[in-house]
Design a protein around this ligand. Structure first.
Ligand code: NDP
Length: 445
């Protein structure tokens, strides 16, 4: 990185103390854009384009008081980062997890801006959440928390303004509570959240979309290289929404998924993961992945990190940021892994990504690989606006088309810039170009 891009990176570090994930995300994008930035430096500088690109349009932070089942009052912190609305209303998930802070949400909202651009739909970038941990809470406690959270958030969102969705710790239950309270506060029945239940405006296929989309783009990668998913061995980290439906689609395509995890540890089942058992543990009982090995005799449970030591041809990190390190990538490479596609947001550290690219591992970044979730959220918005609901088959066909289009845009941008196969660079460039053009056209705002 040099010149204007370097200045901007230094500005980000200076102005956002203590936000390392945000620096990491900005650095990756700026590194990829060096050539475009150099070629357009005067034009971009004249309107401070990059200064505006790295500054969220709005950051809202608020107190979320709630009362637990023992009448104890708790106070969490809520956020909404409205990062960039150049190409559409802000769109991005809400994350409820104890690790949530402003820097993590800024990294996610910044990434979201380019991801949403890549989908080809009219959606800007946003993200939000809270350091609240839904794990171990009763349904009543989760509801009271969601209602308190929405009591503040509703002032800043709307169907044509900012449309949140789920993310880590925010699934169908939380979206339901949030939606019910928004409706009560505003008297509006509108598509203000996506990932809603089917009876009240949700889209068929949204639950599955991120995981399915990941496998569709993987299929594109192989198709362009004369390969097939059938028979390939994969390791999938996580056992939440993205991981579950990635495994479901992978198995439909006759892949063999041998491991899944949660934040405590991982299970290895050489016979292939039995997804119905995982779903019963995770979706019904809200239990731990270790229970899988108590039920399935062919499986072993291992406490802690280490899922990437299991030999596989395809690795799909679907849990959280920076979960796949340089050492993990070296192990994956030594064990014959040839493709890494990110279901989670920024699950691979920068060093690990560089190593993968250097060693010729095909690496599809989350911005492209997990965009199926937000793309289908935008389809949910379209259905809500039209007061219509499309069939699962229709939505799934649109998703497949969108993922193939994202692959093409990403691959062709990489080729245009002389680095064929570098999908990190391709996704960043393709996402950036549309946002930059829209910002240039809209003047200083
Ligand atoms: P869920 O909450 O449904 O699942 C998250 C999974 O990751 C759980 O198995 C969880 O384990 C595990 N996990 C969370 N934090 C950690 C950690 N620090 N270390 C190890 N494991 C961890 O979330 P999603 O599946 O929705 O999201 C997963 C990732 O995908 C996130 O990066 C999210 O931003 C990204 N994403 C999600 C989309 C969506 O549509 N849901 C769309 C695009 C991206 P445990 O249960 O123990 O916490």
């Amino acid at each position: 990185m040099s010149g204007y891009a370097q200045e901007i990176y230094e500005r980000v570090v200076r102005n956002n103390p203590g936000e390392p994930e945000f620096y990491q995300a900005v650095k990756e994008v700026l590194d990829s854009l060096t050539e475009i930035i150099d070629a357009n430096e005067d034009k971009y500088r004249s309107v401070s384009l990059l200064e505006r690109l790295i500054e969220p349009e709005r950051v809202v932070s608020f107190r979320v008081p709630w009362i637990d089942d023992n009448n104890v009052v708790h106070v969490n912190r809520g956020y909404r980062i409205q990062f960039n609305s150049a190409i559409g209303p802000y769109k991005g998930g809400l994350r409820f997890h104890p690790s949530v802070n402003q820097g993590i949400l800024k990294f996610l909202a910044f990434e979201q801006t380019f991801k949403n651009s890549l989908t080809g739909q009219a959606i800007g970038g946003g993200k939000g959440g809270s350091d609240f941990d839904p794990k171990g809470k009763s349904d009543r406690e989760v509801m009271l928390f969601c209602q308190s959270f929405m009591t503040e958030l509703f002032k800043y969102i709307g169907a044509d303004r900012d449309v949140p969705a789920g993310d880590i710790g925010v699934g169908a239950r939380e979206i339901g509570f949030l939606y019910g309270h928004y409706k009560r506060l505003t008297s509006l029945y509108e598509g203000v959240l996506t990932g809603k239940g089917i009876p009240y405006g949700g889209s068929l296929g949204r639950t599955e979309a991120t995981g399915f989309g990941l496998i569709y783009i993987l299929e594109e990668i192989l198709r362009h290289r004369g390969g097939k998913l059938k028979g390939k061995t994969a390791v999938v980290s996580g056992s939440g929404n993205v991981a579950t439906y990635a495994v479901a689609k992978a198995q439909q395509k006759d892949m063999r998924v041998v491991a899944m995890s949660d934040s405590d540890g991982y299970v290895y089942d050489p016979q292939g993961i039995q997804l119905d058992v995982v779903k019963e543990i995770k979706e019904v009982r809200r239990g731990r992945i270790r229970e899988y090995a108590e039920i399935v005799p062919t499986a072993e449970y291992y406490e802690g990190k280490g899922i990437w030591t299991i030999p596989c041809e395809i690795a799909l990190p679907c849990a959280t940021q920076n979960e796949l390190t340089l050492e993990d990538m070296q192990t994956l490479h030594a064990n014959g892994c040839r493709i890494v596609a990110e279901g989670a947001n920024m699950p691979t550290t920068r060093e690990a990504t560089d190593y993968a690219l250097e060693k010729g591992i095909i690496f599809m970044p989350g911005k492209a690989a997990n965009a199926g979730g937000v793309a289908t959220s935008a389809l949910e918005m379209a259905q809500n606006s039209m007061r219509m609901s499309w069939s699962f088959t229709d939505v799934d066909a649109k998703l497949q088309h969108i993922m193939a289009d994202i692959y093409d845009k990403t691959a062709s941008a990489a080729e245009r810039y002389g680095v064929p196969g570098n999908f990190v660079l391709g996704a960043n460039i393709a996402g950036f170009e549309k946002v930059a053009d829209a910002m240039m056209a809209q003047g200083i705002c």
